[in-house]
Write a protein that binds this ligand. Sequence first.
Ligand code: ADP
Ligand code: MG
Length: 301
Amino acid sequence: MKIAILSRNKNLYSTRRLVEAAEEREHEVRVLDTLRCYMDIATDKPGINYRGERLEHFDAVIPRIGASITAYGLAVLRQFEMMGTFPLSESVAIGRSRDKLRSLQLLSRKGIGLPLSSFAHHVDNTRDLINLVGGPPVVVKLLEGTQGKGVVLAETFKAAESVIDAFRELGADFLVQEFIKEAGGSDVRCLVIGNKVVAAMERKAKEGEFRSNLHRGGTASLTKLTPQERATAIKAAKTMGLNVAGVDILRSGHGPLVMEVNSSPGLEGIENATHKNVAGMIINYIEENAKPNRTRTRGKG
Ligand code: ADP
Ligand code: MG
């Protein structure tokens, strides 16, 4: 098969591993810098150009689109979809997952356990927003943050109100969430491929920190999932429409709560913690599922 990987940097761990895994299985693989792809939309034969060259047809495309280039990256991915290339995950699904509020709304529709969350653009009474999730301590988070940036723990009304005022002043969209204290600074990353959890790790925040992101100094270790956690992760990925997803779960006193569903989960942490060949399993999934024009949405709404 001919496989394209959309990635800004071919030296990143995840990109390198996917290239390796594809080559091991004798596929032709090419890393394309997402921002260097350009396209003409007006012709009846959609195509993509790359550094002055018209790209040949690819059977499958693996999007690794960073949060900072979501809009352009998804436009490129949509173009691949219009050309009949099989996307590992569809542009529409990735678009959903990039908006934390939209994600939570979709997940709640399906009855998936979530931390209580509230959202407002303008409220006269910020206290109401905080009370809606049970009062302090609360977590206030930007809707489009990643790697723990823009996630703040506010222990008192006063602290929560100040953070909310500051985010408002900056014109940033945010949500307020109940703080799941029992999780103890840990969460579980479940790597879902198709309808299976193929690997899982527990991430623990470093001393004095509540955010377990590996980018914030968190550490990862193996963990065994309960059947309920496994079922929750699979249902969450399916609800978002993602074929590959990193589902983050908080272990609360009342069962697993989904915090977020990542559409471009990093492979380094999970492969190192579990010694599993996740990149190989992703290529396997493509081998089993990539058929021309097999996209449910092809970039539609
Ligand atoms: P990001 O997209 O920036 O990773 P997250 O929503 O995943 O943002 O939050 C980052 C980290 O903060 C999580 O991995 C978790 O450890 C912690 N965290 C986030 N929300 C909560 C919450 N409601 N209760 C307890 N811990 C939380
Ligand atoms: Mg996260």
